[in-house]
Design a protein around this ligand. Structure first.
Ligand code: ZN
Length: 88
């Protein structure tokens, strides 16, 4: 995998991290809590993707083991399954 994927993931991680810092942490505002939860989930997925990149398994479908379509990864580089597995 080219190193620019890691650079791209690093930028995504930094952006989500910065976004998280601006989000309110209100225990009563369910909309804010849901939004925060969504950002946290993507942040975790981006970090996991960077770990897979280091482990050399980045881009491999976690279910069937084939390579995830490049266009799909370009759109959401943190995904772990190919289109077929995601839909099936
Ligand atoms: Zn698959």
């Amino acid at each position: 995998m080219p190193s620019d994927v890691d650079a791209h993931l690093a930028r995504l991680e930094a952006a989500r991290q910065a976004q998280l810092a601006t989000l309110p942490q209100s225990p009563v505002d369910v909309v804010a809590a849901a939004h925060r939860g969504a950002v946290v989930r993507i942040l975790e997925q981006v970090r996991a993707a960077r770990q897979r990149l280091r482990a050399g398994t980045y881009g491999e479908c976690a279910k069937c083991g084939t390579w995830i379509e490049p266009a799909r990864l370009e759109l959401r580089p943190w995904l772990v399954t190919c289109t077929a597995c995601a839909e099936g």
